[in-house]
Design a protein around this ligand. Structure first.
Ligand code: ARG
Length: 458
């Protein structure tokens, strides 16, 4: 029999029961649900809504349920409607009539909001920790590559020389923003909704602040109708995960390109790449491809929760039960992706010779050659034209700016002298870019120090 049996004269059709039930997925909220119920029962005692003895038996019963679920002694009954009903029913089996007092001054509408906020808070912390772990790996790699010259690209065409350290520290900045975004979302998630009841609170003299403090929330929600209808924190979290996945996906795309024979800038560790069933020579970047592919799933979750909410009148509507599978999938997927991505990144080998070779071939010091003329008094636009002609000449003669003779340089401008060779040396092109945020060793070291400090601040 359902808990609403008083009002109904027929059993629910089996198919409706399955359709309506959320236990298959909300069972993962058992810990949050029990902890919330314990705080609620303690508060009911404090406010004399139930007696001390009743409350103590409820708390004891709930603790034993938690223990038994954790130890595997109690398995969750999938025929229950949802995790709230399962725990309440199990409590009543264990302690009898007193179990039926737990739901006083509470509704499943505020209960699920509480569970979800507690869950999102814990997952924000988890994801934050995983991002920090990746940031540490990036910094640890970057310190060893402040002199590893590689081409930087625009339009995927070789553009200007940078270093591998400078390049990967770009991703560190994105991940830092991801952490800041999570921290920001945490503040809004950290509001305690219990006491909102179904939508209009309750006539019992409850103490919401007590529950808030018991459960370690920073604040209580300020409007009961909003509190039970609000899933902004779920949507925001799905967005933060989507953004994080987008960053990992771009990084994955680079890793896929770099591990191709055409680039060969990196080699993936054997433990983090896969072979082909037919082509024996293949070593495939499947992990990076899957991270890129699974990004779509996290976006899917964001689209699901956004769309689910857009037409809902206040306050609670059952549609909102649909937030869980989307959120849980986004969390699981993202946690999985960042964990394995970090290991793949930490073990990949960097082929600095190939990077330097690629950097030496694409005339990526052309800007520096033009800048050299500018320093000799030529206007930048004119210098740009002269170097453009030089490049054309080099291509025709199969030469590079490094291999041109001084006489050849002279034919294009008499402002050139032997100093040009120093000016176009790739290492110098990098080192001279000592502007804050740039690729010079000192600049990149400052970036690494700042990110390291950011992680240590926690
Ligand atoms: N399973 C529900 C959900 O996830 C819990 C809240 C149920 N409330 C209700 N009035 N049926 O949204």
């Amino acid at each position: 029999m359902k808990m609403w049996e008083g009002r109904f004269s027929k059993e629910l059709d089996d198919s409706v029961n399955d359709f309506n039930s959320s236990i298959r997925f909300d069972m993962r909220l058992y810990k949050e649900d029990i902890k919330g119920s314990i705080a609620h029962a303690k508060m009911l005692k404090k406010c004399s809504v139930i007696t001390e003895a009743e409350s103590d038996r409820i708390v004891q019963g709930l603790n034993s349920i938690l223990e038994d679920i954790e130890s595997g002694k109690l398995s969750i009954d999938l025929s229950a409607e949802d995790i709230h009903m399962f725990i309440e029913q199990e409590l009543t089996v264990r302690i009898g009539e007193d179990g039926k007092r737990l739901h006083t001054a509470r509704s499943r509408n505020d209960q699920i909001c509480l569970d979800m906020r507690m869950y999102v808070k814990s997952q924000i912390k988890k994801v934050r920790g995983l991002i920090e772990a990746l940031l540490k790996e990036i910094c640890a790699t970057a310190v060893n590559h402040t002199h590893s010259v590689m081409p930087g690209y625009t339009h995927l065409q070789r553009a200007q020389p940078v270093t591998y350290a400078h390049y990967i520290m770009a991703y560190a900045q994105m991940l830092k923003r991801d952490i800041n975004r999570l921290d920001d979302i945490y503040v809004r998630t950290d509001e305690m909704p219990l006491g909102s009841g179904a939508l209009s609170t309750t006539t019992y003299p409850i103490d919401r602040q007590y529950v808030c403090d018991e459960l370690g929330f920073s604040d209580i929600t300020a409007n009961s109708i909003d509190a039970v209808s609000d899933r902004d924190f779920v949507i925001e979290f799905c967005f933060a995960l989507s953004m994080l996945m987008m960053h990992l996906s771009r990084f994955s795309e680079e890793i896929i390109l770099w591990s191709s024979s055409e680039f060969a800038f990196i080699e993936l560790d054997d433990a983090y790449s896969t072979g082909s069933s037919i082509m024996p020579q293949k070593k495939n970047p499947d992990i990076a491809e899957l991270v890129r592919g699974k990004t779509a799933r996290t976006y899917g979750a964001l689209t699901t929760v956004l769309t689910m909410m857009k037409g809902l009148p206040l306050a609670y509507n059952k549609d909102m039960q649909e937030d869980k599978e989307a959120l849980f999938d986004a969390v699981d997927n993202t946690v999985l992706c960042i964990s394995i991505f970090t290991k793949m990144f930490a073990t990949l080998k960097v082929n600095t010779d190939r990077m330097l070779e690629a950097a030496s071939k694409g005339f990526i010091n052309a800007t520096d050659c033009a800048d050299y003329l500018v320093k000799k008094g030529v206007a930048f636009r004119s210098a740009y034209k002269i170097v453009g002609r030089l490049i054309k000449y080099c291509i025709e003669k199969s030469k590079t700016l490094e291999t041109l003779t001084l006489k050849e340089y002279f034919d294009f401008s008499d402002k050139f002298d032997s100093g040009v060779y120093e000016a176009i040396k790739l290492e110098n092109c990098v080192e001279k870019r000592s502007v804050f945020s740039g690729p010079s060793e000192a600049s990149v070291k400052a970036q690494i120090a700042s990110i390291t400090e950011f992680i240590e601040r926690g």
